[in-house]
Design a protein around this ligand. Structure first.
Ligand SMILES: *Cc1c(COP(=O)(O)O)cnc(C)c1O
Length: 356
């Protein structure tokens, strides 16, 4: 396998967007990384090229059968240079998703080196305003033009990058969440623990309906019993009940979030009791009624922490912590964002410098 990464620089650089108006995933940097897979040859021809359209046969398998996986991570501009947060974890998870979707394993070092080369070429795109970052989207698509339902013989791995704005431009604001009792996101044995397109397409209608009723996201329940908490939107979820932090255990249908893992690690480090287990929605209602549901929050790369101020379930509303961000939620948010931006000591070696 050829590990050499060719670099073709753009001769037509774009102007950078206004850092106060970045939003999420609206602008893309000048370059992208591409790596190809050909059956019999493996992954090859890794290269950084100008950001461009790709041309594909309409029969490419990704369009028909959704054989595709993705990742999401961020780069931060800090006082001590450009930093990534636990980046190897993303490539490990990409390969776990690959395994589930019958996509060949990628060499994690080649993928990681491709990212580093791309970041080096586009380093000026990493915004510096407080709260902003460069969102990184590695993904793989099945490109073989053949309609038979079997794994593709060819794939494209790409990395694209987008400068994104502060998630909480007006301060961390707790959101209202609808507990979804009609639709399910995933079931154990399905593809819920893989970061693959179909999970997100399947969740759009529930999300749209929740929005129509004034909720920003849905809380997913398990697909079998329709009782146990899974995730909130595309985030993992945590509840503080009577001083103990609880999060659903990984059960095959829940995505193994890197932020989730970081939050659990941090809580344990602080000596805050944390439990990974099955949590039913009835238990949450009961805890709320006893005044013991103290905090709730989602976790994911985009927001880091998204506090939940209200849950609605079967037409009833449960306000959590007066609709305000809780103490643990705030402390976790400040610490993880502080570690990411180099303002808080990193006792776990989570942060990786681009130039070190
Ligand atoms: C990506 C994702 C998460 C969060 O994972 P992080 O690694 O923390 O960003 C949680 N749930 C779903 C469904 C996701 O796709």
């Amino acid at each position: 396998m050829d590990h050499n990464i060719q670099i073709e620089r753009s001769t037509n650089l774009k102007s950078k967007p206004d850092e106060s108006k970045l939003g999420f995933g609206q602008y893309y940097t000048d370059h992208m990384f591409i790596l190809e897979y050909t059956e019999g040859q493996g992954w090859h021809s890794g290269r950084v090229v100008p950001y461009q359209n790709i041309s594909m046969d309409p029969a490419a398998k990704v369009f028909h059968y959704g054989q595709t996986v993705f990742e999401g991570m961020k780069a931060y501009r800090t006082e001590n240079g450009i930093k990534l947060f636990r980046p190897k974890k993303n490539f490990e998870r990409l390969n776990r998703s690959n395994a589930r979707l019958s996509i060949p394993q990628i060499d994690e070092d080649i993928a990681y080196n491709g990212l580093i080369e791309l970041l080096n070429v586009d380093r000026d795109w990493i915004p510096s305003t407080e709260g902003t970052s460069l969102y990184i989207r590695p993904f793989i698509i099945a490109t073989e033009a053949a309609l038979g339902v079997n794994p593709s013989q060819n794939y494209l791995f790409m990395i694209i990058m987008s400068p994104v704005g502060a998630y909480y431009a007006e301060g961390v604001n707790p959101v209202k969440i609808h507990v979804e009792s009609e639709y399910v996101r995933a079931v154990a044995g399905g593809v819920g623990e893989a970061k693959t397109a179909g999970n997100y397409a399947a969740g759009l209608n529930a999300q749209e309906q929740a929005k129509e009723h004034g909720y920003s996201q849905v809380l997913w329940l398990d697909g079998v019993h329709r009782r146990y908490i899974e995730e909130v939107g595309s985030m993992n979820v945590f509840f503080k009940i009577n001083g103990v932090v609880h999060t659903p255990m990984l059960n095959g249908s829940i995505l193994d979030g890197i932020t989730r893992n970081s939050v659990i690690t941090l809580l344990k480090y602080w000596g805050v009791p944390v439990e990974e287990r099955r949590i039913s929605v009835e238990e949450l209602v009961e805890a709320h009624n006893k005044g013991e549901l103290e905090e709730a929050f989602g976790t994911g790369t985009a927001a880091v922490i998204s506090p939940i101020g209200e849950l609605s379930y079967h037409g009833e509303k449960f306000v959590i912590n007066n609709g305000e961000i809780g103490e643990i939620s705030g402390k976790v948010y400040d610490t993880i964002t502080g570690i990411q931006t180099g303002k808080v000591e990193d006792p776990f070696g989570w942060v990786v410098g681009l130039d070190s």
